[in-house]
Design a protein around this ligand. Structure first.
Ligand SMILES: [Zn+2]
Length: 171
């Protein structure tokens, strides 16, 4: 080994894996509804928690969920983060906001983008609503909702987040 030769400590070796995702029964029902522009969850028969998207069982009670519940596309910010670091191959340029939002009528949050907002003003309890893609682009996918945007409704107190009826928040 010559003295000029340096140790190689890092190489770029991209690895690509192709997955075929089998949604399963409960997510399939959810995805069939979201293709129609309807957000749904499933209610636990034991504790009444509404999961959205449903996984087919209640994680707390360990029982199957079957009852389908139509939810609002209005939601409340339960937590959020401002992403400042670019993610490789992600077309969304930072800074952008990713939030756990709970749809009205559901008890469990899901992750989605927030947009049309001032990032520094995003806060827990903030009311938001889905901004849908044009109907002709709807598919069996959560990204039928482009993002959630703030709406002019009073903030939800922390102890009420995830406990709103499908009819929403009166303030
Ligand atoms: Zn339960």
């Amino acid at each position: 080994m010559s003295e000029e030769q340096q140790d190689i400590t890092v190489i770029n070796a991209p690895v690509y894996l192709k997955y075929n995702f089998t949604a399963g029964r409960a997510p399939s029902r959810f995805l069939a509804q979201i293709k129609k522009g309807v957000l749904t969850g499933q209610r636990c028969p034991k504790c009444a928690a509404v999961y959205a998207p449903p996984r087919g069982s209640c994680a707390a009670c360990g029982v199957p969920t079957e009852e389908e519940v139509v939810l609002s596309d209005k939601a409340t910010v339960q937590s959020f983060t401002i992403v400042s670091i670019p993610i490789p191959n992600n077309p969304i340029q930072p800074p952008f906001v990713v939030a756990n939002v709970v749809a009205d009528g559901a008890n469990i949050s899901f992750i989605h983008l927030l947009s049309e907002c001032v990032n520094a003003d995003v806060h827990i309890g903030q009311r938001v609503q889905a901004v849908w893609k044009p109907q002709e682009e709807w598919n069996f996918a959560m990204d039928n909702i482009r993002y959630f945007k703030p709406i002019d409704e009073p903030d939800v107190p922390v102890d009420k987040i995830g406990k709103l009826p499908v009819t929403g928040w009166e303030g």
